[in-house]
Each structure stands twice: as C-alpha cells, then as structure tokens.
Design a protein around this ligand. Structure first.
Ligand code: NAP
Ligand code: ZN
Ligand code: ZN
Length: 348
C-alpha cells in the first residue's frame, strides 16, 4: 500500500485537516499519478456539506486532477513514467453494461466508482479524491493531457470542461445557434469559452453585474443581469439552447420562456432543493427540459484534445491547500474568477 497525504473533512460541519491514508499498490493496468493541481468544483462543496445527502466521511474531495505519471503497471500501454495525466469524476465502472459499452461510463448501470465520496467496484473500498499527493487509477479511466497548455489551467477541464462540452455537442451547438449560459462560475465560464469557440452567439445570464466585462472577454456577445426579470422580456422565444449551470435554487421558468419552438434547456447545476416547473413554460413551444452528467472517458479525451487544439483552458485562481475554507466561502458567494485550483506543492 502507498502512504498518501490528503486533506479531509470528518463530517459536514468540520473544517479540512491533513489526513493520512493509503492508496492501493500499482496493479498491472494501473498508473500512479503525482498530483500537481486539483480544481475546486462546486460539487465538492455540495458533498463536503452533505447538501445532496448520503455523504461518507472522512471525505477527501477533488475530481479535477492533473499530474505526472510516476509509476506504471506492467500491462499499461497508454502511459509511461513522466507523462502528464488527468483524472476526472470517476475512476472505474463495470465496463460491460450497455452504457459502459456506449462510452457513457459515468452512467454505468451497475456501479460507477466516483473519484471520491464513493466506492470501488467491490462496493466497499472508499474512494478518496484529488486534494491529495497521489492517486492510483486504471489507465482506462485516466486521460492523456497535452503538454502544450498550462497544467494548472487544464485541471478544471476534467469536470467543468467535460460537463459543458458534452451537452453543447449533443445539441449541435455551432454557427447560427443562439446559446444562453446561466451562471458565470466554473462551469458557466467554460461553457461560454467552448460555445463561442464552436461559433455560437452566446448570451450570459448572471446575478453579478460585475462579471459583464469578463463575460465579453470570454466570448459572450451579450450579458443580461437577471436580478430584474424585466431584462429578459424582450428576449422571449429567441434561444436554441440554454445551459443552466447555477448551483442554488432559482426560477427556471423565466429562462424557459426564452427558448424558441423545440429549444432545450439543459440542467447541469445541481441545487440542493427541487426546482419548480410551470407547465405553461413548456407546453406552448414544446420546449425541452433535460439534464446532463459529466461525460464518458472517450468524450473527455475528445474535449481535452479539442481544448489543446483551440488553446482553451480555465481562468483560475491558484491557492495553497491551506486556503480551502476561504476558497469555499468565496465560491459560495459567486466570487470566484472563475475556478479555484489547488497547487499541490503546498501539501507538505
Ligand atoms: P460555481 O463556480 O459556484 O458557479 C455557480 C454560479 O451560479 C455562480 O457563479 C453564480 O453565477 C450562479 N449562482 C450562484 N448562486 C446563485 C443564486 N442563488 N441564484 C442565481 N445564480 C446563482 O459552481 P460550478 O462549480 O460551476 O458548479 C455549478 C453547479 O453545477 C453546481 O451545482 C455543481 O454541483 C454542478 N455540477 C454538475 C455537474 C454535472 O455533471 N451535471 C458537474 C459539475 C458541477 P453569477 O454570478 O453569474 O450569477
Ligand atoms: Zn465537478
Ligand atoms: Zn457499466
């Protein structure tokens, strides 16, 4: 077993503390990754605070992991020692069900082993995430990372990148499409960059007036402050696609009214309480409300390669791991520009 240092919380009310635990020894198909950077996703906060229920402790969060391969098993083909590698929101799945075979391992019909706050395929061994010094993952669940991009800025692609890329592709977002993005946080700012790079005309819907210039710099054409719903009236029936990346309860009906006939609103944000849906928001224009959960390994690799080709990474604030509490507070206040990333050099 491999002694590993991480940061964990012991309950929903506790602060982060250093936590020593063991990773499995490197198996024939495993790679050992020395973690260099790990992004802070709002899902980490929801789970640490048990806002979705069912949390298990001690919890070492973190599923936006990048680092360097320091050891490979004898049967590993994709990686060699010294390569850059990434790990996202899951580290294993059954590999045999219809969804796994369709490259949708995140939706495994048997068991997706989430990177933390989950269990391995034995349904017993707890998983610990990327707020830690190293991780052992099967090469099939490990991503190749291009050395072309700044590694710290790549980390958020492993969750915020794929979670926004997948629905944009699924709904054929591109030239001639009007796209709305609700919530300019970690996910939202990636959605703006990606949708703009695909040629769409992007409008950001935000509660934060102060983010207008950033939204335009990131690629948005329009910026709408949503605190006054009157600002939305003139935009009725004009969007093809809206991505909702809001982490807290909010009114989705006022955004549904902005979709044209058959347009879709995709929820990626996961507020802790159910949202209210008025039938009137969907019946008239046959609007679609759906959701999306991260993406499979094949598509995550496609997204990473797309970002390397198009020079797309996250805008980040790099922090030492000792600053987790402050980073969580600022994220909850919508005050992150636009993703906190932990510099794992600070983990001593
Ligand atoms: P984040 O960085 O905190 O961004 C959330 C944004 O939502 C904020 O920046 C803010 O944008 C807006 N917002 C926050 N509170 C609001 C409120 N009360 N009313 C209206 N808008 C509000 O979070 P994130 O990491 O991007 O994650 C966003 C959500 O997606 C979280 O719920 C997370 O768990 C979920 N998530 C889902 C998946 C998936 O696979 N489906 C993957 C990752 C994350 P403005 O300042 O612009 O208003
Ligand atoms: Zn995430
Ligand atoms: Zn499966």
């Amino acid at each position: 077993m491999l002694p590993t240092r991480g940061y964990a919380v012991k309950s929903a009310k506790d602060a982060f503390e250093p936590f020593d635990f063991k990773r499995r020894t490197v198996g024939p198909k495993d790679v050992l990754i020395q973690i260099m950077f790990c992004g802070i996703c709002h899902s980490d906060i929801h789970q640490v605070r048990n806002e979705w229920g069912g949390a298990t402790y001690p919890m070492v969060p973190g599923h936006e992991i990048v680092g360097k391969v320091t050891q490979v098993g004898q049967d590993v083909k994709k990686f060699k020692v010294g390569d850059l590698a990434g790990v996202g929101c899951f580290v294993d799945s059954c590999r045999e069900c219809a969804n796994c075979k369709a490259d949708e391992e995140q939706l495994c019909e048997v068991h997706t082993a989430f990177t933390y706050n989950g269990t391995e395929q034995d349904l017993k061994t707890p998983t610990f995430g990327g707020y830690s010094s190293q991780i052992v993952v099967d090469e099939d669940y490990t991503l190749k990372v291009s050395p072309k991009l700044s590694l710290a800025n790549v980390a958020p692609l492993l969750c915020a990148g794929i979670t926004t890329y997948a629905p944009l592709r699924r709904y054929h977002v591109g030239k001639g499409k009007r796209v709305g993005v609700i919530g300019l946080g970690g996910l939202g700012h990636m959605a703006v960059k990606l949708a703009a790079s695909m040629g769409a005309e992007v409008t950001v819907f935000s509660t934060s007036q102060s983010k207008e210039q950033d939204a335009k710099r990131l690629g948005a054409k329009n910026f709408v402050v949503t605190k006054d719903p009157k600002n939305l009236v003139a935009l009725a029936d004009s969007f093809d696609f809206i991505l909702d990346a809001v982490s807290a309860p909010h009114d989705i009906n006022m955004y549904l009214n902005l979709l044209r006939l058959g347009g879709a609103l995709v929820l990626v944000g996961v507020p802790e309480k159910p949202l209210e849906l008025s039938a009137f928001s969907v019946i008239g224009k046959r609007r679609i409300v759906t959701g999306s959960l991260i993406g499979g390994i094949r598509e995550t690799q496609e997204m990473l390669d797309y970002c390397a080709e198009n020079n797309i990474t996250a805008d980040i604030e790099l922090i030492p791991i000792q600053k987790l509490a402050e980073a969580y507070e600022r994220t909850v206040k919508s005050d992150v520009r636009y993703r906190f990333v932990i510099d794992m050099n600070s983990l001593k």
